[in-house]
Design a protein around this ligand. Structure first.
Ligand code: NAD
Length: 705
């Protein structure tokens, strides 16, 4: 008997228990184990019914995603064994009851649906989340689910991949019974009741399949919703097509339609991108040289300095994680404003049904607004989020240094300044680190953790661990200007402005990148962040510019006329009271005027050229960062861009996208741009090496970790 599936009996009922911790994934050996157990039960005349249950915390939570990766890389991976097991279960002459606790997702639900009955505890969840990996259910789930839950609901579940709670699953007919109390005992009792009855096959049920007119209406509604909510993604639409096939075709033919669509999705770049992103989130938490045994510092009490846009959001992040937080300001007015914004944000969440009012009040009570340093000597972490000014940050850090307890972590939310210089204001640079949250801090998942040259391993490891507790994705970055995200964002924005200076409208530039999948176009993002931010930085660093090189000017020209973007109502676009953007009628004349003076030739660009200019600028800068060691791996860069910059998850991030396009092609284009636009486009040496040796960023990552 397989060690992954155990066999036991309780009088006339056989119990097959999947024991593949942590989540009982359908890894090689598990489906075989289920089939073997089933065979044994069928062969034993004393057994009249079978229960299939998960050991530990869950039923079968899904397929083993490593198997998909193996198929992607051509290194094996065989999902047909799962299909054999599914058939064996449904064809069993003795009834099989799936007993569900935890989650029955993906392949787990498909196995459960091949069982003749399903019972579950009230806390169980079921679902077909395959679309989150760019694929569709491949274990006949798109064919059985509509037979249990009806085509409309099945299309929705398969297209969006969201979990379904046990109570809803029961109402829909996915679960036959909710078990109160002990699941195993409840499932055995259920199995006894159905023993001897001819087992009903889900594949033979048709009573819920509906009529084609109604189904078409429902599918078209789900299709439209998926196109909006999961813009650009192909798997959700394929999932709906597969469910639709179930309503048109006999079961076996429907399964073939599913298999074809599954194969198409699995071989798509979208699934490669999404699976890369899935594993990437886990990969970034591993820091070479900082082992699991690194002592972590306790973080039970926090303090934040500055209750502005970022400080207020960061205080909410701590409160949401249940960590009490002091919030300090310099004036009563600023403090009141900060707290009013926090309260408004919580109340908006209550209105939208995200939080109950009681929950929001509890979170608010964890935030203590104050003007004094009271309690800062008790804090385990102090996060500085005052204005972006080095002298001020040093003054604040020097003050904290005198008050904070010795093991306190001193974090700065700076987006551009040197962590080493900030740390130099203290007597303990080993305790200083960057915690770069993204705006709005309580919403955006990314936390760039910026390691100074003196930051201790404990402070780094605690920061990475803390990110998870704060429900963020922590990515470690080195201390260079702009760290990972903003350093790459600079050439991306530069190209977007260059394109306008060359006569392309902001509408066409933003539309091209929006179509590519970005959450927002680059020019709209700059208007949102405030054009004055870059303008001020540019003035401060003017002395570092290369004489004779081309720099983006149009944003500075807008600022000189008082147009800072959304906050003044005019920037690359103009905004009405509801912040709705429309074209800025004066911009193109301004651009033409500037281009004439600067000798920039008009150069209308196609949408694909616009994308190449902006995205390849990201990639080239990313490759430089990687080579200089400011990013540990290419996947770290990808995770930064997916979680902090609205890069489409289904493209896997800029570096994965480069791999998928092919580094040789990317390099050839960058070399063309270098000829046309000069040294800003000199290809990163790492990119040249990888492209010329036929390698990829993914392979580079493997070599360094
Ligand atoms: P902000 O102007 O909204 O807020 C700064 C707050 O700090 C103000 O309320 C100010 O009164 C307060 N403050 C100033 N000196 C102080 C002191 N000595 N003690 C206590 N409070 C003090 O600015 P912001 O946008 O929240 O930016 C804060 C920091 O976060 C900056 O370093 C910025 O670069 C960084 N950051 C900003 C963003 C963003 O999108 N706004 C994103 C990431 C990081």
């Amino acid at each position: 008997m397989s060690t992954l599936v155990t066999y036991a009996t309780d009088n006339t009922v056989a119990i097959l228990t999947v024991e593949n911790p942590p989540v009982n994934a359908l890894s090689p050996g598990v489906p075989e184990g289920i089939s073997a157990g089933l065979k044994q039960a069928i062969a034993d005349p004393a057994i009249l019914a079978v229960v299939l249950i998960g050991g530990g915390r869950t039923f079968i939570a899904g397929a083993d995603i490593n198997e998909f990766v193996k198929i992607h890389s051509g290194g094996g991976g065989d999902l047909s064994v799962i299909l054999h097991t599914i058939s064996a279960i449904e064809n069993s002459p003795k009834p099989v009851v799936a007993a569900i606790h935890g989650t029955a997702f993906g392949g787990g639900l498909e196995v459960a649906m091949s069982c003749h009955y399903r019972v579950g505890v009230a806390s169980a969840q079921v679902g077909q989340p395959e679309v989150k990996l760019g694929i569709i259910p491949g274990g006949e789930g798109t064919q059985r689910l509509p037979r249990l839950a009806g085509p409309a609901k099945a299309a929705e579940i398969c297209a969006f991949g969201e979990p379904v709670q046990a109570s809803e699953a029961h109402e829909l007919g996915i679960l036959d019974e909710i078990v109160d109390g002990d699941l195993r005992a409840g499932a055995i009792a259920f199995a006894r009741r159905v023993a001897g009855v001819k087992p009903p096959k889900t594949s033979e049920r048709a009573e819920k399949l509906g009529n084609s007119a109604e189904n078409e209406k429902a599918f078209s509604a789900v299709r439209n919703a998926a196109k909006k909510k999961l813009r650009g993604q192909t798997a959700p639409l394929a999932a709906i097509d597969a469910v639709a096939a179930a309503t048109r075709l006999p079961f076996r033919e429907g399964c073939q339609a599913e298999a074809d669509l599954f194969a198409q999705c699995l071989s798509s770049d979208q699934s490669k991108g999404l699976i890369h992103a899935f594993f990437g989130e886990r990969a970034v938490s591993k820091i070479p040289g900082i082992g699991k045994d690194t002592p972590l510092l306790p973080v039970r009490k926090a303090a934040v300095i500055g209750a502005g846009t970022m400080g207020g959001g960061i205080a909410m992040v701590y409160a949401n994680a249940g960590i009490p937080v002091l919030l300090k300001e310099t004036t009563r007015e600023a403090l009141d404003r900060g707290i009013a914004t926090i309260t408004k944000n919580y109340m908006n969440s209550v209105q939208r049904g995200r939080f109950t009012e009681a929950y929001a009040r509890e979170r608010l009570a964890l935030i203590t607004p104050q003007l004094s340093w009271d309690g800062f000597d008790q804090a385990d972490i102090i996060v500085e989020a005052a204005f972006e000014n080095m002298a001020l940050k040093k003054e604040i850090l020097a003050a904290i240094d005198k008050i904070a307890k010795p093991e306190c972590i001193l974090a700065s939310n700076t987006s551009t300044l040197s962590i080493d210089e900030i740390a130099s204001a203290t007597s303990r640079p080993q305790s200083v680190i960057g915690h770069h949250f993204f705006s709005p801090a309580n919403v955006m998942r990314l936390l760039e953790i910026v390691r100074g040259k003196a930051s201790s391993n404990s402070v780094i490891a605690t920061s990475m661990d803390l990110a998870k507790k704060l429900r963020k994705v922590g990515v470690l970055a080195g201390n260079c200007r702009g760290f990972i995200g903003n350093r790459m964002f600079a050439p991306y924005c530069r190209e977007s402005i260059f394109l306008v200076e060359e006569g392309n409208t902001p509408e066409s530039v933003d539309a091209a990148l929006y179509e590519y999948g970005m959450a927002m176009g680059p020019l709209a993002v700059q208007d949102l962040a405030g054009l004055d931010v870059g303008w001020r930085i540019r003035k401060e660093y003017k002395h570092l510019e290369t004489p004779g090189a081309r720099y983006a000017e149009l944003d500075s020209l807008l600022c000189e006329q008082g147009h800072y973007g959304q906050k003044t109502g005019t920037g690359f676009f103009v905004y009405d009271q509801n912040r709705k953007a429309s074209p800025n009628g004066e911009l193109m004349a301004m651009a033409a005027d500037y281009a004439a003076k600067a000798g920039i030739a008009a150069r209308p660009s196609t949408a694909s050229e616009i994308v190449e200019r902006c995205v390849y600028a990201l990639i080239n800068e990313g490759a430089l960062l990687l080579e200089e060691g400011f990013a540990l791996r290419a996947v770290d860069i990808d995770i930064v861009y997916l979680n902090g910059y609205g890069f489409p998850s289904w493209r896997g991030g800029p570096m994965k996208y480069a791999d998928l396009v092919g580094l040789r092609l990317v390099l050839a284009k960058i070399r063309e741009f270098e000829k046309q636009f000069g040294s800003a486009w000199t290809p990163a040496p790492l990119l040249v090496r990888l492209a010329e040796s036929g390698s990829t960023f993914t392979q580079h990552d493997k070599a360094v970790s």
